[in-house]
Design a protein around this ligand. Structure first.
Ligand SMILES: [Zn+2]
Length: 107
């Protein structure tokens, strides 16, 4: 980063509100030595220079809202029916078999 003041047409990084990305911008307007407006090199949208600050994502908040709404829906739903009884597990059978073996050994 050079120390010279920005000039019109300089390429700088900034957040483009249309692309919603940090992208290359052309300096479009200056206030003294400060960049006032920039033009996105991707969508050619001119907007106020944002000091390359990416705004807090609104999307994540929306996701949280959506999630809490989903939780509400789930909370209002009837509890799911009890699962059907599990068939005899092979592990249990095996254990029973070993118990049987032990019982036979003791004889
Ligand atoms: Zn853009």
């Amino acid at each position: 980063m050079s120390d010279r003041p920005p000039r019109l047409g300089d390429v700088i990084d900034d957040y483009c509100p249309r692309c919603r990305l940090l992208l290359n911008h052309d300096v479009a307007s200056l206030t003294g030595d400060m960049v006032a407006k920039v033009t996105c090199r991707t969508c050619h949208n001119t907007h106020d220079y944002r000091q390359a600050q990416v705004p807090a994502k609104r999307k994540s908040k929306k996701d949280t809202d959506k999630k809490s709404l989903m939780d509400q829906v789930l909370a209002n739903m009837a509890p799911p029916p009890a699962p059907p009884p599990l068939p005899e597990s092979p592990l249990r059978k095996k254990r029973d078999l070993w118990a049987e073996v032990e019982r036979l050994k003791k004889k």
